[in-house]
Design a protein around this ligand. Structure first.
Ligand code: EPZ
Length: 440
């Protein structure tokens, strides 16, 4: 049954929170596990709808997958694969499943993977993925909505990416593990999730160096060189950044545990400019607090180590209640300001001018009925609701559930007044009316 959050805002968040494993890392490790003709084990796996979709994708290819949500671990046994086709029904649910393309091509030298298509935040092209895999020797055609790739063998080469795409870097890196010779990815993505994938591939017996810099070198190994491993994925820096945003927006104080602070350097720098106090307590925890005044700051989203696009929307909610005018420039996606309409309904003063949002801070937001249009827009509404006066209802929670494990429990642990309730007949009628308004 569809559900909604009811949040009574205005309470300062206080306490401690444990961050889960990184969604955007673990999904790629799961795809990479297809390279191994044996079983491997991944730990610190969050319980998320997207992980469940990847489980289904791997099973559809013939892998045996045991996903233990209590133990937060997953065992993937890809000894026998029965298919090289990832179907549209699954890939269209979650574009991260497109990463099986590189793994299937590397292992089986053929793959048929549905094109993920665009999504609500942007066009999200895959041309760099294709270019990179072709450079390794794959013949690729696009037919009937599928990428069909075949190769007699893959041979290492240098691939330059026009922009440091996370997904393209991952697909090429995975495919190159079993290629002959060395592959260099130049202008590679440098996100912590890329480093995690490289560490996992090395733990499986691969030979990857340079991850975390703009040049990654993959020295091809033989299938027999790969071996089982037990690997623990990194913490979710975007989940951590979202809770930090919520603590700051409510002028609260909290300790964020199980994180790597260095993954959040750009965010910590902006928080300092905003007037928040950050204390690095130990290599895995930070303490954050914020007084009455939040300073306006300008933010430009950029590939890592720049400010992450995935935290742009939650931070817009913080700046909506800051002192003064902030300018947020979104440079990664064409359409990642979908939260603005809903924030405006809560009293925010935000004007969009192309890829810039001018945020004029207001004294406070007020509760309203709002809808999450995508995962991080949903996170932005959560942050706004927590600092708003009165009650906010957030619907379309499935977006938020894709990326935030036990979000209600974690926020309640910080003292938030949040409930998850079933959608009523009245809500459904209101949603139908709202849908009609959107269509017009
Ligand atoms: C990953 O998406 C993340 N998703 C995104 O997180 C994140 O926003 C993004 O990286 C940037 O950090 C996962 O890891 C599952 P890209 P990805 O390839 O790999 C263009 C979230 O909320 N591009 O770096 O798809 C593309 O259109 C999600 O958790 C091309 O033009 O990101 C986009 O504008 C959303 N051609 C930009 O590059 C290509 O071949 C960045 O895309 C590939 C990308």
């Amino acid at each position: 049954m569809d559900q909604k959050f009811l949040i009574n805002g205005g309470k300062k968040l206080k306490g401690e929170i444990n961050i889960s494993g990184a969604k955007n890392a673990v999904l790629k490790l799961m795809a990479a596990a297809l390279l191994l003709d044996d079983a491997c084990e991944i730990h610190n796996v969050p319980e998320l709808a997207d992980v469940q979709i990847m489980v289904e994708v791997l099973r559809s290819l013939g892998a045996k997958v045991d996903y233990d949500t209590d133990e937060k671990k997953i065992i993937i046994d890809a000894t026998t694969l029965t298919s090289v086709e990832a179907c549209y029904e699954l890939v269209s649910k979650m574009r991260a499943s497109f990463t099986v393309l590189g793994a299937l091509l590397g292992r089986c030298k053929e793959a048929k993977v549905a094109l993920p298509g665009g999504c609500s935040i942007g066009e999200r092209r895959i041309d760099f993925h294709i270019k990179g895999l072709e450079a390794l020797g794959a013949q690729i055609k696009i037919e009937g909505g599928y990428v069909i790739a075949k190769a007699k063998k893959l041979v290492g080469t240098t691939v330059y990416l026009d922009r440091p795409s996370v997904g393209a870097t991952e697909n090429i890196m995975i495919a190159a593990i079993l290629a002959e010779g060395s592959t260099i990815i130049s202008n590679a993505a440098q996100e912590p999730e890329i480093v995690d994938l490289a560490n996992f591939l090395n733990a499986l017996g691969g030979d990857v160096t340079g991850a975390g810099t703009s040049e990654i070198i993959i020295n091809g190994v033989k299938q027999k060189d790969l071996h089982p491993t037990i690997y623990t994925t990194i913490p979710d820096r975007i989940e951590a950044g979202t809770y930090i945003a919520a603590i700051v927006a409510t002028r609260g104080k909290g300790i964020i545990r199980n994180i790597f602070p260095s993954h959040l350097s750009a965010v910590i720098s902006k928080l300092t400019d905003m007037g928040a106090n950050i204390n690095i307590l130990d290599p895995f925890s930070i303490e954050i607090s914020c007084g009455k005044i939040i300073n306006a700051v300008n933010i430009v989203t950029q590939p890592h180590p720049g400010f992450p696009t995935d935290l742009q929307s939650p931070f817009m909610s913080v700046l909506a209640v800051a002192e003064g005018i902030s300018v947020i420039t979104e440079s990664i996606y064409e359409n990642r300001f979908r939260q603005i309409g809903e924030l405006t309904r809560m009293g925010a003063n935000v004007q969009q001018e192309g890829n810039r949002a001018i945020v004029k801070g207001v004294k406070s937001l007020t509760g309203a009925q709002v809808r999450a249009s995508d995962l991080r827009a949903g996170a932005s509404l959560l942050v706004a609701a927590l600092c708003a006066e009165g009650t906010t209802e957030i619907t379309d929670l499935y977006h938020i559930d894709r990326g935030y494990e036990k979000v209600m429990e974690k926020l309640s642990g910080l003292g938030a007044d949040i409930q998850r309730v079933n959608i009523t007949e009245n809500d459904i009628n209101a949603k139908l009316i709202a849908d009609e308004i959107h269509v017009i």
